[in-house]
Design a protein around this ligand. Structure first.
Ligand SMILES: Cc1cc2nc3c(=O)[nH]c(=O)nc-3n(C[C@H](O)[C@H](O)[C@H](O)COP(=O)(O)O)c2cc1C
Length: 363
């Protein structure tokens, strides 16, 4: 073959390769399953919201847990549940148990709807010791039970409760809790209680896009909030009552049952832990770590007063909807007479943690 003709063929072959390569080489889109469980219907609304953020062009099946017969076809699995009695649903536990050998080979993410989003919360009701509740805390037991499943992203969004829809036993238990909780209940007096933090759904959806699918996060992700917004009032008899009074980030209260300080500082979790340790050292407080996760830490902070050990409950948490901030809560459940030294210690903690311009004002 003559040299110029040979060159022409070569050039044509290279050009073909350049044009065809993106088609031949394009990785097949990852196939996803979003499996959810719900009693009252708010979790699937969030499920389809997440699907919208991930993008209709991505193959993502959304199925209620009892409609899933296999996880084999999927590259990644998003597992979502309502929370009941501080856990995902029993059917979600069964789903994870059933596929416990397959799920570790896939990318898995967990999300919850729940009543309480504040991951610095402690619940103390008769019959149980004071313990952590809310948001991602409810995933702790499931994740501990199945440690081979290492989720890529986890989230606890808040959720919705429609008082008139609650089934008899649920209504009774919710009423009981409302009356037993030392710190009161946020849904008191509302027909519809909605606590969902939309930014958390948006961060979760965008993290799945980035960390699971290798896509860019959506810059205009807020455009999908319509999946949640509804026109119904929080109270039928009192239109002034909102579905949810946004809980203050900064609180300092003293009641007969509780001395409580909650606030935010500019820091990361490690920085906050160092400050808490310094406070403990300076104030004769012994820290006993109850639980540490990548997003929060819970201490019993024990101070001896008059020969008696008294316990403060201290939690520091970072939240995806408030980057750059650490939320802290310090509590004493002792009676006003007994807790004076603890009140003093908590006031000192405020001073130390807020120093050097760390305190974040507002809300
Ligand atoms: C009986 C009952 C128990 C609940 N327990 C908790 C709980 O322990 N912690 C929490 O944050 N939310 C709790 N919730 C709130 C629900 O998780 C929340 O309303 C959720 O959005 C319901 O989801 P669904 O509408 O998909 O069923 C409970 C709700 C009911 C009715």
């Amino acid at each position: 073959m003559k040299q110029p003709v040979k060159k022409m063929y070569l050039l044509a072959a290279v050009a073909c390769l350049i044009f065809l390569c993106p088609l031949i080489c394009r990785a097949e889109a990852k196939k996803g399953l979003l499996v959810y469980d719900s009693i009252y219907g708010s979790t699937p609304e969030v499920a389809y919201w997440i699907k919208a953020i991930i993008g209709d062009e991505q193959p993502l099946d959304v199925k209620r847990v009892d409609q899933v017969i296999t996880v084999s076809p999927y590259d990644y699995v998003l597992i979502g549940s309502y929370s009941k009695w501080e856990k995902p649903s029993p059917r979600i536990y069964k789903f994870v148990e059933k596929y416990q050998n397959e799920l570790p080979k896939k990318q898995v993410c967990y999300f919850l709807t729940c009543g309480d989003w504040d991951e610095t919360m402690i619940l103390k009701v008769p019959g149980t010791g004071a313990h952590q509740i809310a948001g991602r805390n409810y995933l702790y037991e499931l994740m501990t039970k199945y440690p081979n499943i290492q989720p890529v992203v986890i989230a606890g969004f808040g959720g919705r409760q429609v008082a008139s829809a609650l089934h008899g036993p649920d209504a009774f238990m919710i009423w009981m809790l409302e009356n037993l909780a030392k710190e009161g209940a946020a849904w008191s007096g509302l027909d519809i209680y909605e606590s969902l933090v939309p930014e958390r759904v948006e961060v979760f959806g965008n993290e799945v896009r980035q960390k699971v699918l290798g896509l860019e996060p959506l810059a205009d992700v807020q455009k999908y909030r319509g999946f949640w917004q509804s026109q119904q009032p929080g109270s039928l008899t009192d239109p002034a009552k909102k579905k949810y009074t946004v809980r203050a980030y900064t609180v300092h209260t003293a009641t007969d049952k509780l001395f409580y300080s909650r606030f935010r500082i500019k820091s990361d979790l490690d920085g906050a832990i160092k400050l808490i340790s310094a406070w403990a050292q300076q104030n004769g407080v012994t820290l006993s770590e109850q639980r540490k996760t990548f997003f929060n830490v819970y201490y019993h902070a024990v101070k001896n007063s008059g020969g008696k050990d008294m316990t403060m409950h201290v939690v520091a948490a970072v939240m995806p909807d408030d980057p750059g901030a650490v939320h802290l809560s310090l509590r004493s459940y002792d009676s006003p007479d007994a807790r004076k030294p603890l009140e003093e210690a908590i006031n000192k903690a405020e001073q130390l943690l807020w120093a050097d311009g760390r305190k974040i004002e507002g809300r």
